[in-house]
Design a protein around this ligand. Structure first.
Ligand code: NAI
Length: 341
């Protein structure tokens, strides 16, 4: 069995090879060969999967109907996602072609929640600026003033696996936690209070997004919702870039309605993230405008990036493959009616 692994970085190779070798030891009669490509899967790169029965993909690979058809014509019968979200997959087209498609629904949700906390802490106490200053012998505090998080109100939009972990973290800091979710997984109890999105926006000092990207949530944060936020509040997005209308956020930052923005995801991230562009001219004026604000912090989709999460992703990816090869149903299979995350 040969697998074409797209968007493969050295760290993907390390953890996938570890899991592949472990799988091989369990079933030596069914060897698995992996070929790694740094390229994203698109209609232009689909031919790289020639000779492979399976493709393994990540968040910014494109699996629309033409790509899935082209893969099928090459003999590919299974798509293994190394991520939870599948907004980049035309599930209906895959189902029509009878392809096996499976994802990793959960991998260390705490890792993403902890990254949201890291963003809040950094942006609030300006540790990124302090680090650079102190290294230059500048010990002035001007410009580093933050707020005490204890006693502040944090609004969690989407109380699923990650939102729940985030709620516990912020509760632990002594914050009041509000959640807005049509079907929260969080047992609210003493941890958080369930409110409407409008109430959450109006009352929160920090708004953290943890809901999936779907048609209903695309640009959930737009000019109208930004106007409902507490003036000077902080917005954090570790979920999916398109939850935010970036132009509206830039306008809100310019007029100081939005006090600070921390993002690990960006609507147009597929052209930038996961690659070294330090010697390139970045041809994205919106992103470049964001980078000019001193109160904006961007990380390149690293919320998931812990050893524990990478091991889990690799192990579940190969467990999904084992289901496919044995012809067994998988709880992680994508289905048209499943909820995207
Ligand atoms: P989950 O499925 O456990 O929870 C999502 C929650 O959002 C559910 O409780 C659902 O009811 C709720 N929801 C749905 N529509 C909503 C709406 N309109 N308003 C408020 N809540 C709504 O998903 P999980 O595992 O917690 O992941 C959340 C997000 O984090 C996903 O979108 C995923 O893509 C993203 N993610 C980001 C990573 C990163 O590295 N930055 C890594 C992994 C996931």
């Amino acid at each position: 069995m040969k697998i074409a692994v797209f968007s493969a970085q050295p760290y993907d190779r390390r953890f996938l090879d570890e899991a592949r070798i472990a799988e091989l030891e369990k079933t030596p009669s069914a060897p698995i060969e992996a070929v790694y490509f740094t390229d994203r899967l698109t209609i232009d790169t689909v031919a790289l999967a020639q000779g492979c029965a399976v493709v393994c993909v990540f968040v910014n690979d494109i699996l629309d109907a033409p790509v899935l058809q082209a893969l099928h014509a090459l003999g590919v019968r299974a798509v293994l996602l190394r991520c939870a979200g599948f907004n980049n997959v035309d599930v209906q087209a895959g189902e029509r072609l009878g392809m096996f498609m499976a994802r990793v629904p959960t991998y260390a949700p705490e890792a993403v929640a902890e990254h949201a906390l890291a963003l809040v802490m950094t942006l609030n106490r300006r540790t990124h600026r302090a680090y650079a200053r102190v290294r230059e012998g500048n010990f002035a505090l001007d410009g580093l003033l933050g707020m005490t998080l204890h006693g502040k109100t944090v609004g969690i939009v989407g109380a699923g696996q990650i939102g729940t972990a985030a709620a516990h973290i912020f509760k632990g800091l002594g914050c009041t936690v509000l959640v807005s979710d049509p079907a929260p997984q969080l047992q609210l109890g003493a941890i958080a209070t369930r409110v409407t999105l409008e109430q959450l926006l109006a009352q929160s000092d920090i708004v953290s997004l943890h809901c999936p990207l779907m048609e209903a949530t695309r640009h959930l944060i737009n000019a109208t919702s930004l106007a409902l936020m507490k003036p000077g509040a902080m917005l954090v997005n570790t979920s999916r870039g398109a939850l935010i209308d970036t132009m509206a956020v830039i306008a809100a930052l310019k007029c100081k309605q939005l006090g600070a923005l921390a993002i690990d995801v960006y609507e147009q991230e597929s052209d930038l993230f996961f690659h070294d562009h330090s010697s390139d001219i970045i041809d994205d004026d919106v992103f470049q405008r964001l980078m000019t604000f001193p109160n904006v912090l961007v990380t390149g989709h690293q919320g998931f990036f812990t050893v524990e999460a990478m091991r889990e992703i690799a192990a579940v990816t190969f467990a999904n493959l084992a289901c496919h090869t044995r012809g067994e149903p998988s709880a992680n299979a994508l289905a048209v009616n499943a909820r995207p995350t």
